[in-house]
Design a protein around this ligand. Structure first.
Ligand code: PMV
Length: 307
């Protein structure tokens, strides 16, 4: 057993395909430059988990990983530090699930098998979201930029100019991802529902986006894909008023924006993925309106041993 285990896993954005990916459509995802760190050390008395956020999911991850490893893992001090804000569509729970499993594998000296770690992280995600697609944990575990569909991962290379993206904050969603996914599920099952059609449309846009990332055409094309995507998510009922208003303001500046996770309707809808040919215009806009933002790096490394 090692003396200390320190690992990290990144947050993510969904460039296209949130919600529709739960129904088997493709999604385009990327790991981002915000990471969550899990450190494990020996503890004299029992298990102690230290974190800024509630620790239920970390406790559950510990229980599931213990069960899987078939080892009595006791006397641990687990410290969780995260740069990934919660309930903002940045995959904080997936990063936690992946990093917890990874750190425990390291702690007991298990082989660093990312496929296995990812499978286990998905079972943990199920507690949090009931019906996760598996996209969030996969991109957090393997990193990079990927197309994900029904459990299958395709790594992508791109010539796309990531400098043209920034994330701006429409505020924390008060609904959980599980609640948002369940809400879409209820609409899907309602009589005469148009939800299937919207999900199919989202699937088509994602496929076009995947092509666009392989071989970028021109600014207007990407802008148009982001805006169409956002409108479909609004029709799906996962974007609140505040975020919709922000998106329109960004469009008035000549850009495009969309939510990049489960969304939220009662208050904030999480971060917005914003795109502009001239990102300075977006930066000036966020400063003028005093909206929190950060610059994005996409395609970041997945689960990482930090020892
Ligand atoms: O909001 P997040 O980061 O939990 O992302 C959820 C993405 C969904 O497509 C809405 C759900 C899923 O399991 O893929």
């Amino acid at each position: 057993m090692v003396k200390k285990s320190l690992v990290s896993a990144p947050g993510k954005i969904i460039i296209s395909g949130e919600h529709s990916v739960v129904y088997g459509q493709p999604a385009l995802l990327s790991a981002i430059n915000k990471r969550l760190y899990v450190q494990i050390e020996e503890n004299n008395q029992g298990v102690r988990i230290m974190a800024d956020e509630p620790t239920e999911l970390a406790e559950y991850a510990l229980e599931k990983t213990r069960e899987f490893l078939g080892e009595r893992i006791n006397h641990l001090k687990i410290k969780i530090k995260s740069e990934v804000p919660v309930n903002r569509g940045l995959g904080s729970s997936a990063a936690l699930s992946v990093a917890m499993v990874g750190a425990l594998f390291r702690w007991v000296g298990r082989e660093w098998n990312k496929s296995l770690i990812n499978q286990l992280a998905l079972t943990i995600e199920k507690k949090q979201h009931q019906n996760p697609s598996g996209g969030d944990n996969s991109v957090s575990c393997f990193g990079g930029l990927m197309a994900f569909q029904q459990g299958k991962i395709r790594r992508l290379k791109t010539k796309f100019d990531f400098q043209k993206f920034i994330l701006i904050d429409s505020g924390q969603a008060i609904e959980s991802t599980g609640e948002m996914v369940a809400g879409v599920g209820r609409k899907f099952q309602a009589p005469n529902s148009k939800t299937q059609k919207i999900l199919d449309e989202l699937g088509k846009i994602t496929l076009r986006f995947i092509e666009e990332f392989k071989d970028p055409r021109h600014f207007d094309y990407s802008k148009c894909l982001i805006s169409k995507n956002q409108r479909l998510l609004e029709k799906l009922g996962v974007v609140g008023k505040k975020a919709q208003r922000l998106v329109r303001l960004i469009e008035e500046q000549g850009g495009a924006a969309k939510i990049c996770g489960a969304g939220g309707v009662k208050e904030g809808s999480g971060v917005l993925l914003c795109y502009h040919q001239n990102p300075k215009i977006l930066l000036d806009f966020t400063q003028k309106e005093q909206i929190p933002y950060f610059k994005l790096k996409l395609g970041e490394e997945g689960l990482r041993d930090e020892n």
